[in-house]
Design a binder for this molecule. Structure first.
Ligand SMILES: [Mg+2]
Length: 407
């Protein structure tokens, strides 16, 4: 007889309104009956305790006696106790070697949406291992950990949820349930229309009197219709003659995206390094880096001679490939796995960076960009990014207060 066969095990489930001492009472009985606790888990759902214990003994009579004692009326005061003989292996989640975390964010995720989602997951033979409600305030946020016994990439799950996402107008992230998921340490953000609520170059175009012509090129570049570097050079040429005073004037009135400052404050509290990697200009990015205490800032350099923009750029262009390269080199410099890096962006020149990060978030992005990212956000505010990092609303509020006090 093997050691496993020699063991007798009993699963105990205790449910009742939570109060101090319930587990102590249960364990008192287990000790009294000389049984061993081999696994334990509890959670409190809206004040209702759910406690599971797996106990074992080589002496089956002790388990039977424990069972009878616990099932006596009101032995564990005001709790329902259920005992079931256990003849399975430990760790029932183990067969699900491919695990993903699906985070849903919407105004209100009603039961119809939940039914639709779970039916889709079931049709893919994906089992739901855990559900957490991260928030139920302005945003309704649910996190599902799903498991599959056969290889299942996150992108397959995302593809399967495309019509669900559109039908119920939810934002969605699908991430691998790896140890790095909650241990991200670096965020790399695009500037224009991501950290900033405008395209800076378009603002410069307006001041230079060529706003319409320049804006057209920006739109085409961000949609991926024209080569980024070529589009940038054409636009910079249109800026020839702008003075440093005019650049400063534009710099002062560039609006940050709502939530950008709070997001930075919270991520800094959590020990994140923060980088802006922009296809725009260092003249502006350096200022934001300094003002908000960011760790890194990368962008293109406008050539300025005698206080005036020449219409040329200095040095290499920060295009899509460069953005990705910078992300990877920052991860390397910080000693991080790429899985610990979050990237956020909206334009076609962000696609490679989003695809290269552990979590790429398309923020109010053009469709071609959203298609390449594992997460998308269509809120006006950047802060909901924090939900995709697994942070519940209650903790976001605490962190917000903390970062305000310091700031
Ligand atoms: Mg952008």
């Amino acid at each position: 007889m093997t050691d496993q066969e020699n063991r007798n095990q009993l699963h105990l489930h205790v449910a009742g309104m939570d109060r101090p001492g319930i587990l102590a009472d249960v364990l008192g009985e287990i000790v009294e009956h000389e049984c061993l606790v081999v696994d334990i888990k509890q959670f409190v759902f809206n004040g209702l305790l759910n406690l599971s214990l797996l106990v074992e003994s080589r002496d089956n009579e002790k388990l039977t006696s424990l069972n009878q004692t616990l099932l006596e009326a009101n032995r564990i005061r005001d709790c329902q106790v259920r005992a079931t003989p256990w003849d399975r292996e430990l760790r029932p989640e183990e067969p699900y070697c491919f695990r993903q975390v699906v985070t849903l964010l919407g105004r209100r995720l009603g039961s119809v949406a939940m039914a639709e989602l779970t039916a889709t997951l079931a049709s893919l033979d994906l089992n739901i291992l855990r559900i957490e409600q991260l928030d139920y305030s302005d945003h309704h946020v649910l996190e599902f950990v799903i498991g599959s016994q056969k290889p299942m990439a996150g992108v397959e799950v995302l593809d399967a949820l495309v019509s669900f996402k559109e039908q119920f107008e939810v934002d969605l992230a699908v991430q691998e349930d790896s140890p790095f998921r909650r241990n991200k340490r670096l965020i790399v953000m695009d500037a224009d229309m991501t950290f900033l609520q405008c395209e800076v170059i378009d603002e410069l175009g307006k001041v230079a009197g060529c706003g319409e012509q320049l804006g057209e090129i920006t739109r085409a570049a961000m949609n991926g219709d024209v080569d980024f570097a070529e589009a940038l050079k054409r636009r910079v040429a249109l800026l020839k003659g702008l003075t440093v005073d005019q650049l400063n004037e534009v710099s002062r009135r560039i609006p940050l995206t709502p939530g950008a400052e709070a997001l930075v404050g919270i991520l800094k509290k959590l020990g994140y390094k923060i980088a802006i990697v922009s296809g725009g200009f260092r003249f502006f990015i350096d200022r934001f880096k300094e003002t908000y205490g960011l760790d890194y800032g990368f962008a293109n350099e406008l050539e300025i001679v005698d206080g005036k923009v020449t219409g040329n750029l200095v040095g290499d262009i920060v295009d899509a490939q460069a953005k990705r390269d910078i992300l990877l080199s920052l991860a390397n410099r910080e000693g991080l796995a790429v899985e610990q890096v979050v990237a956020v962006g909206d334009g076609a020149n962000d696609i490679q960076m989003l695809a290269g990060a552990g979590l790429g978030i398309a923020f109010n992005a053009k469709p071609i960009v959203a298609k390449h990212a594992r997460a998308s956000l269509t809120t006006a505010n950047l802060e909901p990014i924090l939900y995709f990092l697994g942070i519940p609303g209650k903790e976001i509020e605490e962190l917000r207060q903390m970062s305000r006090k310091v700031g």
